[in-house]
Design a protein around this ligand. Sequence first.
Ligand code: SAJ
Length: 426
Amino acid sequence: LKVVVLGLGYIGLPTAAVIARTGAKVLGVDVTESVVETVNSGRVHIEEVDLDGLVSGVVARGSLRASTRIEPADVFVIAVPTPFGEDHAPDIAYVLQAATTIASVLKPGDAIILESTSPVGTTERVRDLLAELRPDLRVPGRAGEAADIAIAYCPERVLPGRILVELIDNDRVIGGITPRCARKALTFYRRFVRGACVTTTARAAEMTKLTENAFRDVNIAFANELSLIADTMGVDVWEVIRLANRHPRVNILQPGPGVGGHCIAVDPWFLVHADPANTPLIRTARLVNDGKTDHVVAQASALIEARPGAPVACLGLAFKANIDDFRESPALKVAVALAERFGDRVRIVEPYAGTLPKAFDGTGATLIDIDGAIECCPIMVVLVDHDVFRSVPIEERRDKAVLDTRGIWPDQPAVASPVQDVLRLV
Ligand code: SAJ
């Protein structure tokens, strides 16, 4: 079996490597030359648990290669980004570009599987585009079941940090343009998926993916809204959630400085954009989660202003714990806003960053390590729950003024007034 994976990012590269491990010949195609070179030398350009060992192994065995050019294959997996524009309109240009590239080498018997998070109807648009570019091939769902190629939508649903485990163990939803397409894709996923593979239509599978991430966003928004109410009430939100979760049918998620990553902060908009009149809840959740970031900036600013001249450590830039991914990161947004306001008083601690991201250029903020922060910063703003921050014992932070947006230091003494009063006013 020969498989081409288009897009060698956070999903495409692990997927390509896992398929290569099953013995298939895999070609990873990416438009970025440096990514292709890195993979071909057996290395990885992203941080993900155990990915480096797997990639170096399958490249050494000759099962995985990378290229900027496509080649004929039996199965094509599309794993390219689907960002959104200014008005939250989904942009499927990369998907259509990938389909155009595939069209040039497509032959009867091939299967095309879209994994990128996509608005409902995208797989049908891929089918229509292929029909237009390759009139010599019969596409599925048009002339009954008789088709030369199979087209399906099978969303990835892996969690960064657990990608290699979840690629194998998670259940997969496989949506075919026709039932025959779904069965063909199912045979492919059975090669490496241990979880259940459930077939449905392409449209239902597309909506399922968006629904999963909107569900999580709405639930995090609930936790974030609770954190605001708890601040007003002078109650510890972490304790309230812990206690409420002792109810057998309550399971509240954790508040934080907002929601980041390229999935949960993005995908709900695909549903809102598709049906604005019927999505007030999903839309409001997005606004609540984005608003939480602004709230944290205001809280931190009050804490810093109450201690003129004192250096402040911002702990973490990543969008969540123990990863090097800063995309759509609320921690990054908060830290940049504070750096713009407080300049060289701001020290950034981010073990997953070699240098400060460009957004800090000209602000005067500097990158230091956690030991330096403990030594020189009487103010600390916890933005990410990296293990290395969680493990700082109370003796090293007892006297500090702390804003802990992730609840990692439950034993931290409350900030003494007048800062507490200032915080309440925010
Ligand atoms: N977050 C909270 N509180 C929580 C949980 C998360 O504030 O209780 C924040 C995180 O800090 C982060 C953001 O939400 O900023 C998103 O993190 P996440 O761990 O919830 O999700 P992602 O973006 O890493 O991955 C999600 C997953 N989707 C679901 O859990 C429904 C993953 O399974 C998907 O494959 C992925 O999106 C994707 O690619 O769509």
